[in-house]
Design a protein around this ligand. Structure first.
Ligand code: UT7
Length: 331
C-alpha cells in the first residue's frame, strides 16, 4: 500500500430546501407513479434548486462548511477543482465564480467534466497536484443543478435526478501519515457516449430554435443499456481500487457508491463482498445528483456517525462518457 499523499480535512454540503416527492410528478401530467419510481430506483424524493439557486451558490454553501470544519480559510486554498455537468455558463468556469465568492485569492480554479464520476476524477487530480508539490491545500467540489438540463416532459429521465453540492478540503499529508487516499482508479469509454448525453447546446450543435423545439439540449439516456454498463463497471472499479490498496471487501468499513439506483448499488456491494449494512445509501432522499452524490453522502455519513476518523471507505462511480472510477480512502 502506498503512503497517502492527501487527506480529507473537512467536509460539507449545500442542498436546496425544496423537496420534490415521486407523487409530485402527477402534477406535471406525467404518466408515472411513486410505485414505478421506487421499485426501479429506490428514489422517494429529490431536492430541486429554486430559480435563484445556482450550481455555484450550492457549491459556496458546501465549500464554506467544509472549510470551517477543516479550519482552513479562503486565503490558504491553492486550488479549487469543481466537478460539474451543469456549469452555470459555458465560459468562464463555475470554479472561478466559487473562487471569487470565497475570496480565495491565491487559488487556481478550474472545472472538470466527467459526469457522475467527476468528483472522483477531481479528487485524483488534486491528489496528483499535491504529489507533484504544486499545491498544499485544495477544495474539491461536486456541484450539480441537474434540474436545469432535465427534460421535464420525459418520464424516463426526469424522475431520476436531483440538485445539490458536496465539498471536501483536501490537504497534503505530513511524512508518515496513515490516513488519506490509499488508491485511485479511473477509466473511460467514449465510444458509448450516445447512450447518455446532451446531443445539442454545445459548440458542435449550438442552441437554435430547432434545438429548443427538438428538446435535444436536454439529457437523453438509454436507461437499460446504461444500467448494464453501470453494474459491470462499478464492480470493476471496486476490484481495481481494492487491489491497488492491497485490501479486500472485508477491510472496508463503509462503501459509498455513486447514488443513481438502489439496484446498481446492491449489485456493486454484492460483487465487492460488502454487506448492505456497511453501504451508505441516500438515493431515496436525493435521487441522482451526478458528481455531487459521493461528497454529499460522505458529509452525511460523518454527521450520522457512519464514518469516523480512521474509517476505511471504498468510493466508486459510473457516469456519462462513459466514465468510471474508484478510490480507497482512510479518513
Ligand atoms: O448516473 C449514472 C448513470 N445512470 C444510471 O446509472 C441509470 C441507469 N439506468 C437505470 O437506473 C434504469 O434503467 C432506469 C431506472 C432508468 C429504468 O429502469 P428499467 O428497469 O431499466 O426500465 P426500462 O427503461 O427498461 O423501462 C421499462 C418500462 C418501459 O415501458 P415498456 O416499454 O416496457 O412498455 C418504459 O417506457 O417502464 C417505462 N417507464 C416508466 N414507467 C413509469 C420509463 N420511465 C417510466 C416512469 N414511470 N418514470
Amino acid at each position: 500500500m502506498k503512503r497517502p499523499v492527501a487527506y480529507v480535512a473537512g467536509t460539507g454540503r449545500g442542498i436546496p430546501a425544496k423537496v420534490m416527492t415521486n407523487h409530485d410528478f402527477a402534477a406535471l401530467g406525467l404518466d408515472t407513479s411513486h410505485e414505478w419510481i421506487f421499485e426501479r430506483t429506490g428514489i422517494v424524493e429529490r431536492r430541486i434548486a429554486a430559480p435563484e439557486e445556482t450550481t455555484c451558490s450550492m457549491a459556496v454553501t458546501a465549500a464554506k462548511q467544509a472549510m470551517a470544519r477543516a479550519g482552513v480559510h479562503a486565503g490558504e486554498l491553492d486550488a479549487i477543482v469543481l466537478s460539474t455537468a451543469t456549469p452555470d455558463r459555458l465560459l468562464p468556469a463555475t470554479a472561478v465564480d466559487l473562487q471569487a465568492q470565497l475570496g480565495a485569492t491565491r487559488a487556481a480554479a478550474f472545472d472538470l467534466s466527467a459526469a457522475c464520476t467527476g468528483w472522483l476524477y477531481a479528487m485524483t487530480v488534486a491528489e496528483g497536484l499535491m504529489h507533484s508539490g504544486a499545491i498544499e491545500t485544495a477544495l474539491v467540489v461536486g456541484a450539480e443543478k441537474m434540474s436545469a438540463i432535465t427534460d421535464w416532459q420525459d418520464r424516463s429521465t426526469c424522475v431520476l435526478f436531483g440538485d445539490g453540492a458536496g465539498a471536501v478540503v483536501l490537504k497534503r499529508t505530513q511524512n508518515g501519515a496513515h490516513c488519506g487516499i490509499l488508491s485511485t482508479f479511473m477509466r473511460s469509454d467514449g465510444t458509448l457516449a450516445e447512450l447518455l448525453w446532451r446531443p445539442a447546446g454545445g459548440a458542435a450543435v449550438p442552441f437554435s430554435d430547432a434545438v429548443l423545439q427538438d428538446r435535444t439540449s436536454y439529457v437523453k439516456m438509454a436507461g437499460r443499456e446504461v444500467f448494464k454498463h453501470a453494474v459491470r463497471q462499478m464492480s470493476e472499479a471496486c476490484d481495481r481500487a481494492l487491489d491497488a490498496a492491497k485490501l479486500t471487501g472485508s477491510d472496508i468499513d463503509v462503501l459509498i457508491p455513486h447514488q443513481a439506483n438502489n439496484r446498481i448499488i446492491e449489485a456493486t456491494a454484492k460483487h465487492a463482498g460488502i454487506p448492505m449494512d456497511k453501504v451508505y445509501v441516500n438515493v431515496d432522499r436525493f435521487g441522482n445528483t451526478s458528481s455531487a452524490s459521493i461528497p454529499i453522502a460522505i458529509d452525511e455519513a460523518f454527521e450520522r456517525g457512519r464514518l469516523r476518523p480512521g474509517s476505511t471507505a471504498l468510493l466508486c462511480a459510473f457516469g456519462a462518457g462513459f466514465t468510471w472510477g474508484s478510490m480507497v480512502i482512510r479518513f
